[in-house]
Design a protein around this ligand. Sequence first.
Ligand code: DGL
Length: 275
Amino acid sequence: MQFFDKENPIGVFDSGIGGLTVVKRLNQCMPNENIVYFGDTARVPYGNKSNTTVIEYATEDAQFLLQKNVKIIVVACNTASSVALNHLQEKFEIPIIGMIEPGARRALEVSKSGKIGVIGTYATINNKAYSKKIKELDSNVQVFEKACPLFVPLAEEGLIKHPATKLIAEEYLSGLKEAGIDTLILGCTHYPILAETISEIMGEGVTLVDSGEAASREVRKYLEGRGLKNDSNSIGGNKFYVSDIQTKFEEIAELFLGKKLDFFDKVDLEELFRK
Ligand code: DGL
């Protein structure tokens, strides 16, 4: 079957451009893999939409990637991972890896006190995706969750060290600080952009967990374990497809990816799936 070919690209999707923080990690972890990315920039954000809508959108995003002959799909969106991962895994035959389980496992590895914090969108936090997974893996830990919706626009505006970001972060994170957590999961693709400010507020005793980094390692392990790792000696390429080219698209995308985009194009999902 086509997606079992190791030369095929890794497919990655997100509600928008936040998933580029995950692509950055995938590139670092597996530099010779090719990546096809789909960002649903026309319909972002997913984080405040209903589960039904997120499942519908995530299914179309995965269908787009399947048309690109990917060998595995990475759901580089915590909201879609929280809400739609089981549905996608049941519907499609291809291996699909989300953000939640890798992030939860990593947090359990690093936490010494057993007090873990999670920040994410309303959808991720309200669905208790991380706390359910963490408790399934270890019922003795305590999990404290907080939705931080304003972090998404602040990251997209590039207000990384701005006083407004600091003020909002202090407000959002005060409860988690009081709870005495020693580990904090950045449960949203945008939050690694604000990691320095978050870390400053939480203090040295709190380790931040980047779910995208944890998921990248899991993807590599999965591909290696099944003989699907691309063993070419050359550096892989990234192709980015989006459903809308929003204002300042390239600027924001480069901030999230940490480098220039090699290739990007706009696709019309309506045309592909709704005709
Ligand atoms: N990518 C989303 C996430 O990781 C954040 C943006 C959105 O709400 O769609 O949860």
